[in-house]
Design a protein around this ligand. Structure first.
Ligand SMILES: CC(C)(COP(=O)(O)OP(=O)(O)OC[C@H]1O[C@@H](n2cnc3c(N)ncnc32)[C@H](O)[C@@H]1OP(=O)(O)O)[C@@H](O)C(=O)NCCC(=O)NCCS
Length: 191
């Protein structure tokens, strides 16, 4: 059982990290049109949902995720509040002092450092004594997802090893995955 979390907001200047709202459905629907977001982050239940209902299926458990111990942030444009991505710290304190990170950035917002900056900011808050007080945050990605590997490295998540056949696609295809992690005690330059 993971403890309930207080929803939180992090201001990064051009973007904010904030909890998802039901009104984000159209932006989430647009993001889920991207085959890579769908393939690597959506999960089998969402992928198997008819396309017209996928965004609602994805969004509803995330809007109230904080109460169930998952710090799920939308990455939103600071000017328009439009969702351009997602960074999550899941299963907070399920293993004491630990959490698991995940992220995506909408195709229109890629290539300007948002994925790495959002992951770094979420991790710093996760480690802070007045944040979540975590010691270790891990993440994994399929070996063929090079973009995810680069974001992880850029945000200070060191490569720890290869987990064989860890990631299973809805088709049943299995992939080896990299395990990365960042510790509260790691010296990571600000992004
Ligand atoms: C992977 C993803 C989050 C990258 O987001 P982004 O905001 O464009 O990434 P950034 O701009 O922060 O890039 C950080 C670094 O990764 C590199 N990078 C980003 N995408 C890359 C790609 N597809 N291939 C190779 N390198 C890539 C950047 O060049 C940058 O390198 P640098 O540190 O040398 O400057 C985004 O493409 C995405 O959402 N993909 C689909 C979902 C996904 O795979 N999520 C991760 C699941 S484990």
């Amino acid at each position: 059982m993971t403890p309930a979390l207080q929803p939180h907001r992090i201001d990064l200047g051009d973007v904010v990290l904030r909890p998802f709202e039901q009104s984000d459905e159209a932006a989430v629907a647009e993001a889920l049109r991207d085959p890579d977001i769908l393939r690597w982050t959506a999960g089998t239940a969402v992928i198997r949902t008819p396309a017209a209902k996928r965004a609602a299926r994805w969004l509803s458990p995330r809007v109230d995720a904080w109460a169930r111990g998952n710090a799920i942030f939308a990455i939103a444009d600071a000017g328009t509040d439009e969702v351009v991505g997602n960074v999550a710290l899941r299963d907070v304190h399920r293993v004491p002092d630990q959490a698991v990170a995940a992220y995506w950035v909408s195709p229109v917002a890629r290539g300007r450092g948002l994925g790495a900056r959002a992951l770094d900011a979420a991790a710093r808050w996760g480690f802070a004594a007045d944040g979540l007080g975590l010691h270790r945050i891990s993440l994994d990605h399929s070996l063929i997802n090079e973009g995810s590997c680069r974001v992880a490295g850029r945000a200070g998540f060191q490569l720890e090893g290869v987990m064989r056949d860890y990631y299973v696609e809805p088709s049943g295809e299995r992939h080896d995955s990299h395990l990365h992690a960042r510790l509260a005690t790691d010296a990571v330059s600000a992004l």
